[in-house]
Design a protein. Structure first.
Ligand code: PMP
Length: 368
């Protein structure tokens, strides 16, 4: 498949017509300090989605779903209302609210879960309505969205869980941006040895992986070197069933579910392997990314990198870990500014005293 017109431009050039033009085109940044601490010789590269206009990996899909619906005549600017049922505190709401604010659609998000204060405030600031739905049925957020759609003329549900434009936004956008960054870099090889991403709807990993597979050279006469195949690793929190295991509770937001979304293609040849992570390692790695690499990433970024590093330390990952020409691309889906009020992040304001006890820095500052 060829590229589409939206993804041909990889830089921000000149003056942009609106914040929608500042969606995507995010930088691929070396994670050299953490790589060195871990003894990894490969090039660890983070695709930093918090640089996108709405602050996450979901901006591209929101833009593409809205523009595709406009082209089909389903959405009429200044008239239609976009309703999106979300199950959790996924960043799709903010991406959609951003697109709707600029294009003049009212936006309604229905969700049963509690979302972080920062995301809720930002949604309201963008003019979106939030409709809380009861927990009594797993389908309640969809049921209520459908009921709203019945009563509101011109209401449209784009539905990221089944909309093919979700993975396609990554097939064309995110994948092409990664390849453009690699091709214009001074790295010795310009391909991806290992792609690592968490899965929520699965749109990110499915879309990028399909594009990787479609661009991989076929195996010629069993010549493995002419056919450097990318390993695709999906990261999933304990408590989600996507990568196996029992449903349960976990704190990290935006990844994992207790059902399989339609847009996720979880098996080979798309996804090669799954790795499970726990909250503790995800939040510790998030803080490490901030402290060591000065990247303002959110919790699911910590999960992705923690999963990547654990895989690289296994026998399956060793040949990539020890290859200075190998490129490991880790998707870092959003920024920590979405989670500043969360206990796991506020903990960062504590320092450790000489006797090893945590001390709240704010109290120290007051004394000084
Ligand atoms: N991280 C965060 C913070 C998210 O909001 C999402 C979206 N659910 C993801 C990761 C995973 O993205 P995807 O839905 O494309 O799998």
């Amino acid at each position: 498949m060829g590229g589409d017109t939206q993804s041909q431009q990889h830089h921000w050039q000149g003056v942009l017509s609106s914040a929608l033009d500042a969606v995507g085109h995010t930088p691929l940044i070396r994670l050299d300090r953490i790589a060195k601490e871990e003894g990894l010789k490969c090039n660890m590269l983070g695709k930093c989605e918090f640089f996108s206009a709405g602050g996450s990996v979901k901006d591209r899909i929101a833009k593409r779903m809205v523009e595709h619906a406009e082209k089909k005549g389903l959405l009429i600017p200044g008239q239609s209302i976009v309703i999106e049922p979300t199950i959790d505190a996924c960043m799709i709401g903010i991406g959609l609210a951003l697109a709707c604010a600029l294009k003049g659609y009212q936006c309604i998000i229905t969700l049963p879960a509690k979302m972080s204060l920062e995301k809720e405030v930002m949604l309201r600031a963008l003019g979106a309505e939030i409709v809380r739905t009861p927990w009594d049925s797993a389908e309640s957020h969809i049921g209520i969205a459908r009921k709203l759609q019945k009563f509101i003329p011109d209401a449209v549900i784009l539905d990221q869980y089944s909309n093919p434009n979700n993975p396609l936004a990554h097939y064309y956008g995110t994948y092409e941006e990664i390849i453009y960054s690699l091709k214009t870099s001074d790295l010795p090889k310009k391909d991806i040895s290992l792609l690592v991403a968490g899965a929520g709807t699965g749109g990110t990993i499915t879309g990028i992986a399909r594009a990787i597979r479609d661009n991989e050279k076929p195996l010629v006469n069993g010549d493995a070197e002419s056919h450097r195949r990318t390993t695709v690793l999906a990261v999933d929190p304990e408590g989600s069933i996507l990568g196996g295991g029992e449903p349960g509770n976990y704190q990290v937001e935006g990844i994992g579910y207790d059902f399989f979304p339609e847009v996720l293609d979880p098996n080979p040849p798309v996804v090669d392997e799954w790795i499970k992570t726990v909250d503790e390692e995800s939040f510790a790695m998030t803080k490490r990314l901030i402290r060591k690499e000065a990247l303002f990433v959110g919790g699911s970024s910590g999960s992705a990198l923690a999963g990547a590093i654990r895989y690289l330390h296994t026998s399956a990952g060793l040949s990539i870990a020890n290859d200075p020409t190998a490129n490991v691309v880790v998707i870092l889906p959003d920024g920590v500014r979405n989670y500043m009020s969360k206990p796991w992040f506020l903990e960062t304001a504590k320092s450790t005293t000489e006797n090893g006890e945590a001390e709240d820095l704010r109290d120290v500052i007051k004394v000084v």
